[in-house]
Write a protein that binds this ligand. Structure first.
Ligand code: ATP
Length: 234
């Protein structure tokens, strides 16, 4: 059985159709990349799954339909969204942001501890009492991922975790995601498709809200399909 199953998903903003009948299934292990150009509908898909935007279609998480559920309730099921822009509590410290992750998402036990997060991102161990608003983009992303992990996610959705990071910092974040995906399924939205393809085993490519590819990342190796999805047909 799929861990996450999306069928016939449609998201509309007024007359704009952002997601147009998407089907997607994720198993209980591994990482899936949701790829596509700017405006293809990637963020809207994640927002619909986590209950943040109204949608049509069916989203089922571990056998439970999410229809009509609040974002808080969906998060408590263990379906955790790390949104674009990180959304930390700026006036809380690194440690406090991680502690909020523990309480807000309802701890089911057996998940990452704060110490595990510091093992994953040693840079954070040096600055537990630093206010979040003073952190660099990379440090903020590490805290955002750490905050998701301490909530003991059963599936993590990340929206463009490498956005705005230097290549070196992005590499650190991606190495951590590779480790996380060994333990918890990851649904990764990325503009930066080459980085995503290195850690994911499956991919869905969106164009204008529709899937133009669903399958193993190996099927994208020749690049033509991605080239068309990102830059349009020649
Ligand atoms: P990006 O990388 O730019 O976030 P994306 O693939 O995540 O792109 P979405 O953000 O899901 O795409 O946007 C899909 C479409 O919906 C775009 O045409 C976008 O302009 C539109 N859209 C997104 N959010 C809204 C909104 N709140 N109101 C109106 N239109 C929106």
């Amino acid at each position: 059985m799929s861990m996450l199953s999306i069928s016939g998903l449609r998201v509309r903003y007024g007359t704009t159709v952002a997601v147009d009948g998407l089907d997607l299934a994720m198993a209980s292990s591994g990482a899936l990349a949701l790829l596509g150009a700017n405006g293809a509908g990637k963020s809207s898909t994640l927002k619909a799954v986590s209950g943040l935007v109204p949608h049509e279609g069916e989203v089922v998480f571990d056998g439970v339909s999410l229809r009509g559920m609040s974002p808080e309730r969906i998060a408590r099921l263990g379906l955790i969204h790390v949104p674009e822009g990180r959304r930390l509590f700026g006036n809380l410290t690194v440690l406090e942001n991680l502690q909020v992750g523990m309480t807000a998402q309802g701890r089911r036990g057996g998940g990452h501890t704060v110490d595990d997060v510091f093992d994953l991102f040693p840079a954070l161990r040096e600055i537990p009492h630093q206010m979040a608003w003073t952190l660099s983009g990379g440090q903020q992303q590490m805290v955002a991922i750490g905050r998701a992990l301490v909530g003991n996610p059963r599936l993590i959705m990340l929206d463009e975790p490498s956005l705005g990071l230097s290549p070196l910092v992005a590499q650190t974040v991606y190495e951590a995601l590779r480790q996380i995906a060994g333990r918890t399924p990851v649904l990764l939205v990325e503009q930066n498709f080459s980085a995503a393809l290195r850690i994911c085993d499956r991919a869905v490519v969106l164009a204008n809200g529709r899937a133009v590819y669903t399958g193993d990342v190996a099927g994208l190796a020749d690049g033509t399909l991605l080239q068309n999805a990102y830059f349009g047909s020649p």
